[in-house]
Design a protein around this ligand. Sequence first.
Ligand code: PPE
Length: 303
Amino acid sequence: MESEKIWFNGKLVPWNDAKIHVLSHVVHYGSSVFEGVRCYNTRKGPAVFRLQDHINRLFDSAKIYRMDIPYTREELCAASLETIRVNKLKECYIRPVVFRGYGSRGVNPLDCPVDSVIAVWEWGQYLGPEALEKGVSVCTASWNRVAPNTLPFLAKAGGKYLNSQLVKMEAKLNGYDEGIVLGTDGMVSEGSGENIFAIKNEVIYTPSSHFSILPGITRHTVITLAEELGMRVERRAIPREFLYIADEVFFTGTAAEITPVRAIDLIPIGSGKCGPVTRRLQDAFFKVVNAEVEDRRGWLTVV
Ligand code: PPE
């Protein structure tokens, strides 16, 4: 999982030398914003999926936290590609992270430098080796997502993942692969690191963007592909029990891709296997990311 070099403030440094001071602001206060992007070994060579969209979201996250990234979007896109190239990777996960570094002490971040890093590594199936094929068993977390106007949910920020960590630990320690989080209103929000979809009577449902979700780029991709296949997609409030009686449920995310959910709180979903609509969407998704169909939307950047 380690690669050779990490891009650190404009320089490529050996993996083990990409270090920061223990009194960096981010260590104490979670002040980072980050992205997760995937590069696929396509028929046209290694290509990054929706790189510009991810870098745009990184800048949005930084803006919310008043962080000035000292690079342009184009520079960070180019740096991502360069980091893949120097590490000679064909298929990998890309992790750009921007954080408040070593400067002053105390909560006030404004006097700390803003550091930028891009790391890449090979990363297989996020929720286990057979997750995409067989699906995962998940629980509803006892923790809720953060309430509106507490921690911004539109920012993909490090500190927000303390909430995700509570959800993930609870799930894993109880023998589940992942946890589903409800918002403080009791409605379904998302997984600890994935968006969620449910299918009932051929209609696809997903929580709309005001249910404390990160508006995922994979979520957007899946909605686009589903509509293109003539399926109806509804973004709305989803009560927890709707998932139990759905025909199919799946997660989406850069890391998780399209992962079927086979059981929730030990209740089998549909047939308890990957359902036909999920399989169809997986097929459409992997054709797009692997450049097996024409890239009409310019979603792939060849490395
Ligand atoms: N919700 C959350 C909370 C989330 O972390 C992710 C991505 C998504 C939704 C889906 O977003 P998108 O990747 O744009 O489709 N989670 C990233 C981090 C995973 C990790 O363990 O770190 C990811 O999938 O890269």
